[in-house]
Design a protein around this ligand. Structure first.
Ligand SMILES: Cc1ncc(COP(=O)(O)O)c(C=O)c1O
Length: 417
């Protein structure tokens, strides 16, 4: 007797969490050189957030399902300062933006259109919901950004209501959609009535400084933004995210509130108080985000330069913690070593060079794509933060990244000789 709902037979544990566990085990055995597989902020949680969490440890009452009123107000102010017209009533608090994206996908009608390569969880979330998932191909030359032509074609092929996910700065590519890129897509979305889920979890981690351009500035009535604590505020394990649902999409709110009340009820009360300083965005928090983003930029740039020296094809990272190199120039020499897929490449790199990465296939590319996602956060964030401003060579500041880049270079060199 099959006791499992068929929808659950194809889903597996998130690839990123699985590689993290395997890499940790290898590190304990002393066999891991560098963990380029997992994108968690390495920095300590900013002190004002820790103080607020401690001060509210005794809060035990259930909060309203949509969130702590002061936090919703602070988040609305935070987004208003970025130019968005939003009030506390537009903000919903959830246990991570991942959960809110899932809930919104559950409520929104029609297929979900997603530019690929894409974050590992969008497709499985759609699969769990029995929702059609439409991958939209992008090209390395375009920095893996969606083109308006591809979007128009997909809209024509899928008449009726539909949702588009835009993730900028992007995981796995580290690239950012410019305001012009977004304007061209907004025109298609406006014409076709597409609802946009704008996943802005890396919105503040931009190497040029300031928040990344947002679809919500161009198409506010059709765009829902999701943001959270996990990246710029370095508190992924606190599990708190926010969705900003504009008045024009207000009909989504009653079902969203119902879903919250029938599932997680409300986010942990102390955590919501702990999140308040983040979105109040006082000078200490602002300085933390600025400094840590400068460190992310230095780490990504270092890896980018090493990758370029190895003649891999990789768009220049503009934000987030990731690079997405393509090993296509090595296809022949890798094939001679029996490596013909991205997964095979990631496995060989882990086993032969002790470098953990994730294959492009996990992000929706075909198995034969020799792309890998490289996360640039394997360093001691507290130490690097404490030494910020001191003159230090990248090899001294980011020893694991340097060792990983050396191991990668040796791995590739071994194939050529
Ligand atoms: C692109 C992207 N979206 C959403 C999330 C989920 O973030 P949260 O911790 O808010 O659930 C992540 C986390 O890795 C991510 O990379």
């Amino acid at each position: 007797m099959n006791r499992i709902n068929p929808r659950f037979l194809t889903v597996k544990e998130s690839a990123t969490l699985a590689i993290n566990q395997r890499a940790r085990a290898l590190r304990q055995e002393g066999r891991l050189v560098c963990h380029l597989g997992f994108g968690e902020s390495p920095f300590p949680v900013p002190a004002p957030m820790v103080a607020a969490l401690k001060a509210h440890a005794e809060e035990k009452a259930y909060l309203p399902g949509e969130g702590l009123p002061e936090l919703r107000e602070a988040a609305a102010n935070f987004l208003r300062r970025q130019g968005h017209t939003l009030n506390a009533g537009n903000i919903i608090v959830g246990p991570g933006s991942k959960e809110l994206l899932f809930d919104l996908l559950a409520i929104l009608a029609g297929p979900v259109l997603v530019p690929v390569p894409a974050w590992v969880s969008y497709a499985p979330q759609a699969a769990l919901l029995g929702k059609p998932f439409v991958p939209l191909l992008t090209s390395r030359e375009a920095g893996y950004r969606l083109s308006p032509e591809t979007l128009s074609e997909a809209c024509a092929a899928h008449p009726g209501p539909k949702t588009l996910i835009i993730n900028s700065p992007g995981n796995p590519t580290g690239t950012i959609y410019s305001l012009d890129d977004l304007a061209a897509l907004a025109e298609v979305c406006a014409r076709e009535g597409v609802v946009v889920l704008s996943d802005e979890i890396y919105g503040l981690v931009t190497f040029a400084g300031g928040p990344a351009p947002s679809m919500a500035s161009l198409l506010p009535s059709q765009t829902i933004m999701t943001i959270g604590l996990s990246k710029a505020f370095a508190a992924g394990g606190w599990r708190l995210g926010l969705a900003a649902v504009p008045d024009a999409l207000g009909t989504l709110l009653p079902p969203l509130r119902a879903m919250i009340s029938e599932t997680f009820s409300a986010v942990s009360a102390p955590i919501q108080y702990g999140a308040l300083p983040a979105f109040e965005f006082g000078t200490e928090i602002e300085a933390f985000v600025e400094t840590t983003t400068a460190i992310h930029c230095a780490a990504s740039t270092y890896l980018f330069e090493r990758i370029q020296a190895s003649e891999l094809l990789c768009p220049r990272p503009e934000g987030a913690f990731y690079l997405f190199p393509d090993f296509e120039p090595y296809r022949e020499s890798l094939a001679a070593r029996g490596i013909t897929t991205g997964t095979g490449l990631a496995q060989a790199l882990l086993n032969e060079a002790g470098v953990a990465t994730l294959p492009g296939e996990d992000f929706g590319l075909p198995p034969e794509s020799l792309t890998l996602r490289i996360a640039s956060v394997d360093y001691d964030g507290a130490e690097v933060l404490a030494n910020f401003g001191k003159p230090q060579a990248p090899e001294e500041r980011f020893p694991h990244l340097a060792a990983g880049a050396d191991a990668l270079e040796a791995f590739l060199g071994a194939g050529i000789s």
